[in-house]
Design a protein around this ligand. Structure first.
Ligand code: UTP
Length: 297
């Protein structure tokens, strides 16, 4: 079984749900408590053993590349002022040489098209996909859990979780067969998948939540994939076709997902990550604010 060494991080979407914030700032550089969403996600990838990150970026997103590079002027100033604490923090965000590639998706044709743009860099090996606007708070990390499941069953594995009541039709939803041994019954063979099923016709309430291990055979299918839901080339549609020849499993990963591509999801993530900082006095601040708040309606 080949190890998972590379991860594709598609960040070229328009981020319409979080406009106008995402107009000039790539949404994955928006902050969750103390650092950008992407920093949390790359940390999760490194902890899962990812050696190479392939970002699929759009126009106007060069700030992402810059974020993981030296900021020469800033670092020089911090050094001159003796701010070694901040310098360590800033340098802690650097990539290692050769660890990251950036590929332009020249038009946001859909998640499937974005992943296909990574085909030459991934080559002929299984790889991970991490949707960076899905911040998955888990220990061990969500991708580590998915890769553990892959080591047990091989093939293709996706993380899933229950959609909020009444919202399953907004997501890629899976249908499940028998549970695989181990994993407390949380790993099961998949029998079907559907992107944004009609309300009331969802095969389950479990949605594909943003971490995948895929076989490279997906690229040939994506190359010929017609546009699906929303007029976009959908990764789920190509995965359905791959399922005809390849094993797929779904893992109900243990953890909490925050959809940071949504205003309320981003707020939730900020509060949750801030509350984890025992020294930050966040509880007191929140309590104070809630007590002082009067609803203007
Ligand atoms: P989303 O649909 O959640 O992101 O795609 P979006 O399109 O940016 O957001 P909305 O719906 O307009 O608010 C899932 C992931 O796939 C990437 C997005 O950047 C996001 O990380 N994506 C999507 C691409 O890289 N390219 C695309 O053409 C579409």
């Amino acid at each position: 079984m080949k190890p998972i060494r590379k991860a594709v991080l598609p960040v070229a979407g328009l981020g319409t749900r979080i406009l106008p914030a995402a107009k000039t700032t790539p949404k994955n550089l928006l902050n969750v408590y103390d650092r950008p969403i992407l920093s949390h996600v790359v940390e999760e990838g490194r902890a899962a053993g990812i050696e190479h990150f392939v970002f699929i970026v759009g126009r106007g997103q060069s700030a992402i590349e810059d974020y993981f590079d030296h900021a020469f002027e800033l670092e020089t100033q911090l050094e001159a002022k003796g701010r070694t604490d901040l310098l360590t923090q800033v340098r802690g965000e650097l990539s290692t040489p050769g660890e990251m590639s950036f590929v332009r998706q020249m038009a946001p044709l859909g998640l499937g098209h974005a992943v296909w743009c990574a085909r030459d860099i991934i080559g002929d090996e299984p790889f991970a996909v991490m949707l960076p606007d899905m911040l998955m708070d888990a220990a061990p990390g969500a991708l580590s859990q998915v890769i553990d499941a892959y080591r047990a069953v091989g093939g293709n594995v996706v993380a899933v979780e229950p959609a909020p009541p009444g919202e399953a039709h907004k997501y890629g939803i899976v249908a499940l067969g028998d549970a695989a041994p181990g994993f407390d019954g949380r790993l099961a063979a998949m029998t079907g998948m559907e992107e944004k099923p009609a309300p009331g016709a969802e095969p389950s309430n479990l949605f594909i939540s943003g971490r995948y291990v895929l076989q490279p055979a997906i690229f040939a299918l994506l190359a010929a994939q017609a546009a699906g839901a929303g007029g976009e080339i959908q990764l789920t549609d190509a995965m359905v076709r791959l399922m005809a020849t390849d094993g797929f499993h779904a893992l109900r990963y243990a953890g909490t997902t925050y959809d940071c591509g949504d205003k309320l999801g981003l707020l939730r993530a900020n509060v949750a990550y801030a509350l984890k900082d025992a020294d930050g006095g966040v509880r007191a601040v929140l309590r104070e604010m809630l007590e002082a708040y009067t609803d203007p309606r």
